[in-house]
Ligand binder design. Structure first.
Ligand code: PLP
Length: 405
């Protein structure tokens, strides 16, 4: 079979594959604990459900403009004003089928083959593949000091004449690390100086802990007009627990949004009318769900951190936000895929191998399940890995005997 070079170069989404594995095992009645997921367990806001049902009942569900319905653009403009203190016009906004599509279309609008896109390591699994889909080259950059926080000097070192854009995701998936205000200021100014696009993937920006406040990149931008190369990405998936609604957006200069809308118009057309109306209702509706999700995640993070401390040799910097802890398991196993596979096989705990995020030897553990799952999941992992644990473990009435150490 003849497959394109780009098609062949794209790997499967590790996180989506894990969801599939967990679902297959669960369907067979296996007692799976899913610490690999990236979606909250709470339900979507009532406002969103009511708005969707009202439109559904009308039966009038039509095509939408390629860049989104006016009501959603209006809601995004208000959101941008509230959280970024930045006034934008409808022509600066494009709604998409999730933040994922907004990023993909932005990359398609700005990249030529061989262009390079820089992003800090660890990174969200889709960035390298999205860049490759444009025929361009992903350039992950690790901090030489080994932390999860990028440093300007490391980024500066990998900039070449081919560099077209930088992607920043803070707080970060998978590390949960929120980058310092000083770094955000520096990277905004650096990209402006070098004429680079800066894509701010802010999908987790309201899900931050310990009293931290979202940072607006616009605060540090000198180029505020239509020649700004800042592209701000956000969406309803994470903050409103609306992952399946598939609505995200981009805010950028008018010319770029026009090009992005042209691309999206030919690729998928505008997102579903039903789901855009749901997003409008979530953004404009009661916001208490976001606060309660944030508090739940913070509590879950604290429980996860306390449990991980009981592992000798596992290191995990405290996450500032998101759904994730990114823990260093190299004391037990250096190959994270092997380790994650072993944990599913032996104790039915699903985690995501760090290598998928650019860091071998780490596992991403998700906090967005129940407290019971976090406690039991980490306990099972400890039993599987710690040679000092008792030889037997009961999962319900199933007895496991450790015969691999
Ligand atoms: C860092 C990051 N950006 C973007 C997305 C995509 O979000 P959406 O569901 O809006 O496409 C995700 C989802 O996991 C993510 O973790």
């Amino acid at each position: 079979m003849s497959i394109s070079l780009i098609g062949k170069s794209i790997g499967e989404s590790a996180t989506l594959k894990l969801n599939e594995t967990a679902a297959i095992l669960r369907a067979k009645g296996e007692p799976v604990i899913h610490l690999g997921g990236g979606e909250p367990k709470t339900t979507a806001p009532m406002d969103a459900l009511v708005a969707t049902s009202a439109l559904l009942n009308s039966g009038e569900i039509r095509y939408t403009p390629a860049d989104g319905i006016p009501a959603l653009k209006k809601a995004i403009i208000r959101y941008t004003d509230e959280f970024y203190h930045r006034k934008v016009q409808p022509e600066n906004v494009m709604a998409s089928g999730g933040a994922k599509q907004a990023i993909m279309v932005a990359l398609q609008a700005i990249l030529n083959p061989q262009d390079e896109v820089i992003f800090p390591n660890p990174y969200w699994v889709s960035y390298p593949e999205m860049v490759k889909l444009c025929g361009a080259i992903p350039v992950p950059v690790s901090s030489e000091d080994g932390t999860f926080h990028p440093r300007m000097q490391d980024i500066e070192q990998v900039v070449t004449s081919y560099t077209k854009a930088v992607i920043i995701n803070s707080p970060n998936n998978p590390s949960g690390r929120m980058y310092s205000e000083e770094f955000i200021a520096e990277i905004v100014q650096f990209c402006e100086k070098k004429g680079l696009y800066l894509i701010m993937d802010d999908i987790y920006h309201r899900l931050i802990f310990d009293g931290k406040q979202p940072i607006s990149c616009y605060k540090y931008a000198k180029k505020t007009g239509e020649n700004s190369k800042l592209i701000v990405i956000n969406g309803v998936s994470k903050q409103y627990a609306m992952t399946g609604f598939r609505i995200g957006w981009a805010v950028a200069n008018k010319k770029l949004i026009e090009v992005m809308a042209n691309i999206q118009g030919h690729q998928t057309s505008g997102p579903s009318a039903l789901l855009q109306h749901a997003a409008v209702a979530a953004i404009n509706g009661v916001q208490s769900g976001v606060d309660s999700l944030r508090l739940t995640l913070e509590n879950n993070r604290n429980i996860m951190m306390a449990r991980l401390k009981s592992f000798e040799g596992v290191k995990c910097p405290k996450p500032d936000g998101t759904f994730y802890c990114f823990a260093d398991f190299r004391a037990y196993e250096k190959n994270s895929t092997k380790l994650a596979t072993m944990l599913v096989d032996k104790v039915r705990v699903v985690t995501v191998p760090g290598v998928e995020f650019g860091m071998e030897g780490f596992l991403r553990l998700s906090n967005c399940g129940s407290v019971k799952d976090i406690i039991e999941g980490v306990e099972r992992m400890k039993w599987a890995l710690d040679p000092n644990s008792p030889n037997e473990l009961f999962i319900g009435d199933r007895k496991l005997v450790r015969d691999w150490m």
